[in-house]
Design a protein around this ligand. Structure first.
Ligand SMILES: NC(=O)c1ccc[n+]([C@@H]2O[C@H](COP(=O)([O-])OP(=O)(O)OC[C@H]3O[C@@H](n4cnc5c(N)ncnc54)[C@H](O)[C@@H]3O)[C@@H](O)[C@H]2O)c1
Length: 361
């Protein structure tokens, strides 16, 4: 493990964080803060499902439990918030937190439209608080090693880039009926878009062409549910990217990245749970990662360590993994929105320019 945890153990100087949303991802972040980040304190947990917040607080031995995020924004003991509520609340919560002077870590996507995200990011800029979005793959050791190779020029100029996400599944998706439309782009492939953008730093995505279907749960396609997609991306430097996703890999959680360049190729992604291999009469086998919180435990911890280090003013730690900030949140969201447009028309679509104003909103 390479957690970025060299922070003060003295609680008087601790960074104090409030958690908003005590569900699956919120619990993961709460455990990182409470158990794996010295010098960072989980000051309070807010969730309208107060029992969820209370259960988490009791399990982790933390203090304040609140039903409303507003109580965290008003709490002078809190330096920053970690937003892990459902995506439709993110932009408003970012605005409120920033306006109250709290630093903001927000799970992806940081907003569901460019208009609401731009408004939230304007509040972040006006308040001068630190903002980081939860693109955790930037903190995974193998993805960071690949990024170092690309940045050093060892594989030459990027020509082809690939990123894929296959969520663990059983061959059916019980939550399909309640999954918001376009989740595959807005909440899943948005990770892949950021990975590709980060690997191809300095270039802008200028065109996406998305093909998507409901191959696992076709019964919900007419409600906007999609579980399988491939997206091709053209970049301003000529490189061509491919992002693909499925919501049901029977063999576990499979996340990989690859850049093929003029002088070679680099790959990231761990297909086995450990380095152990099992040899039997049936042949060779190995355990595969099953959950995101297993595969990315180190990355989920390090992204919060980086967030807290930046709040504490420790630039050496903050610079360790190019923290994904406002422009990265916006660029990846613009790509996801352009994919939605592309699926609707069957044609390529243009993501709104990262610094820009209108298209795709
Ligand atoms: N980075 C990753 O790999 C990763 C993985 C899973 C989920 N996520 C993201 O995390 C976010 C949460 O997903 P989840 O799977 O934990 O969802 P979840 O449904 O398990 O939990 C969401 C929690 O937020 C609470 N909530 C609802 N409205 C709220 C509000 N206004 N304020 C505060 N809390 C509120 C709910 O009661 C629930 O406890 C989503 O944006 C999702 O995309 C990221």
């Amino acid at each position: 493990m390479a957690y970025l945890q060299e922070q003060p153990a003295d609680n008087a100087k601790a960074v104090r964080l409030g958690l908003i949303g005590a569900g699956w991802m919120g619990a993961c972040h709460a455990e990182s803060i409470a158990w794996r980040l010295p010098g960072v304190v989980l000051e309070a947990i807010a969730d309208p499902a107060v029992d969820a917040a209370r259960g988490l607080a009791v399990r982790l031995g933390t203090g304040k439990v609140r039903g409303a995020a507003e109580d965290l924004f008003a709490d002078p003991d809190i330096d920053g918030v970690v937003i892990a509520s459902p995506a439709r609340f993110h932009a408003a919560l970012i605005s409120q937190a920033a306006t109250a002077g709290k630093h903001v870590f927000c799970e992806k996507p940081a907003g569901l439209s460019l208009a609401e995200l731009d408004a939230a990011l304007a509040d972040v800029a006006a308040a001068g608080v630190h903002f980081q979005v939860g693109f955790n793959r930037r903190y995974a050791e193998d993805f960071r090693a690949a990024k170092r190779d690309i940045a050093s020029g060892v594989i030459g100029r990027p020509h082809l880039l690939r990123s894929l996400t296959r969520d663990p599944g059983t061959g059916s998706i019980p939550g399909a009926a309640h999954t918001p439309p376009w989740t595959i782009f807005l909440e899943t492939l948005i990770h892949d878009f950021d990975t590709l953008n980060w690997f191809n730093e300095g270039a802008e995505p200028v065109e996406v062409h998305a093909v998507a279907d409901a191959l696992v749960e076709p019964g919900f396609k007419d409600r906007g549910f999609l579980d399988t997609s491939v997206v091709t991306i053209r970049y301003s430097n000529g490189a061509i990217g491919v992002a693909e996703a499925s919501f049901s890999a029977l063999y576990g959680y499979d996340v990989r990245g690859e850049v093929f360049g003029s002088r070679g190729m680099v790959q990231a992604g761990r297909s086995t749970e450990t380095a152990a291999r099992r040899y039997t009469a049936a042949g060779l086998s190995a355990a595969t990662p099953r959950l995101n919180i297993e595969l990315f435990k180190q990355a989920y911890t390090d992204e919060l360590a980086d967030f807290a280090a930046t709040i504490a003013g420790s630039p050496a730690l903050a610079g360790a993994a190019s923290p994904p900030g406002p422009a990265d949140a916006r660029r990846a969201l613009a790509m996801a929105l352009a994919c939605i447009e592309s699926v609707g028309t069957g044609l390529p679509a243009t993501p709104a320019n990262a610094a820009g104003t209108t298209a795709g909103a």
